[in-house]
Write a protein that binds this ligand. Structure first.
Ligand code: UDP
Length: 239
């Protein structure tokens, strides 16, 4: 098994759901396990930037259940939720002795530094993990779009999209036991077969900027390292 990384700089997209446990919205034991997996690739010398979601705590679309919350406000609440997750992950990583910085797209100067592209790159060069929170800072967007945007800005070679399934399937593997996992897809295959890998804004940004996406299961121990070392794990989407 190959033990050297095939990427120099990656952007890891963790959805909020990845941080939720069986009962809790934000499960610190889960955060600890994720931090272990990240530590494995950190020790390979890869530059690591992370975009974290907030769906485990709050999603903008939940506003549709309310008669007084408008969508923008609900989206700002969602962005704040990502800051909470980001701080939890920072704690878990630093507990393992890994230096990190949290950069936020919405100013919260007592808890995190503002997003400054050149400073983020400097942190990566100094081998600090940069955790980007508050999405793009704009309502009506998603943290997947933030991942595509930040990956472009820091010139990451790939977006690793962590999920709870092995990759992209031709049908829902929870419903159809015969569902087949794609090892590789082009952006156009994904569009033509209506495979939702990210929302359309995020996906277009990846396609236009030719950023490959690897969808993989973050919950299999060693999987993140395998992906980073080029093993055929998950589904690769590229042109
Ligand atoms: N959000 C937003 N703009 C952004 C990123 C996120 O308004 O640039 C809001 C949106 O309401 C979203 C919530 O934050 O539902 C949580 O983010 P997301 O749903 O992307 O998290 P994930 O699904 O990755 O957990």
């Amino acid at each position: 098994v190959r033990q050297s990384p095939v990427y120099k700089r990656i952007l890891l997209k963790l959805s909020g759901e990845v941080l939720s446990g069986e009962t809790e919205h934000l499960d610190l034991e889960v955060a600890r396990k994720i931090a272990y997996q990240i530590a494995e690739i950190y020790s390979l010398g890869v530059d690591i930037a992370i975009v974290i979601g907030g769906g485990n705590i709050w999603r903008g679309s939940m506003a549709s259940h309310s008669e007084f919350l408008d969508r923008s406000t609900a989206d700002y609440m969602g962005m704040l939720a990502t800051i909470i997750n980001g701080l939890a992950l920072q704690g878990a990583l630093e507990h393992l002795g890994i230096p990190t910085r949290v950069q936020t797209a919405i100013e919260v100067k007592n808890v995190a530094e503002p997003f400054i592209r050149r400073r983020a790159i400097r942190h990566l060069e100094k081998k600090r993990i940069v955790i980007f929170v508050a999405g793009t800072g704009n309502p009506f967007f998603s943290t997947d779009t933030a991942a595509a945007l930040r990956a472009s800005e820091i010139e990451a070679q790939v977006i690793l999209k962590a999920t709870k399934v092995e990759g992209v399937y031709d049908s829902d593997p929870k419903i159809n036991p015969q569902a087949k996992r794609y090892e590789q897809l082009t952006y156009l295959d994904a569009i033509q077969n209506r495979l939702t890998i990210m929302d359309s804004t995020a996906f277009s940004l990846c396609m236009d900027n030719r950023i490959p996406i690897i969808v993989f299961d973050m919950f299999k121990p060693g999987n993140l390292k395998a992906v980073v070392c080029g093993a055929p794990v998950g589904t690769l989407v590229s042109d």
